[in-house]
Design a binder for this molecule. Structure first.
Ligand SMILES: [Cu+2]
Length: 108
């Protein structure tokens, strides 16, 4: 009977340890969010490049996908460092194109 109790305690500790690992890993993963920004006025690949460079210059931005055909940019960023509105402002300031957040694609 005592052995069963000890095994149960070990099992609980085991599960608790794994639960803690999952807890600490999940927020880091979910801190990255992808948002779509509507970019007005792009007409060619050069415009795309300008917007891409501007977005990449923002600290916390991890990936940028720009399409002049769609008139948008998909930007992944660490939400503890930046946000779609701030990224839109930098894009406007550095590239000259009007940028506004549309909607988050992937949320926490
Ligand atoms: Cu252009």
């Amino acid at each position: 009977m005592k052995t069963v109790g000890i095994v149960a305690v070990i099992a609980v500790l085991f599960v608790a340890t794994f639960a803690r690992v999952a807890e600490t890993q999940t927020p880091a993963k979910l801190a990255t969010e992808t948002c779509t920004l509507k970019i007005t006025g792009m007409t060619c690949a050069g415009c795309e490049a300008a917007v891409r460079m501007a977005a990449r210059s923002v600290e916390g931005v991890t990936a940028v996908k720009v399409s002049y055909a769609k008139g948008n940019a998909e930007v992944s960023s660490d939400r503890s460092k930046t946000n779609p509105a701030a990224i839109a402002k930098v894009i406007h300031d550095k590239s000259g194109f009007k940028a506004e957040p549309v909607a988050p694609i992937a949320k926490k």
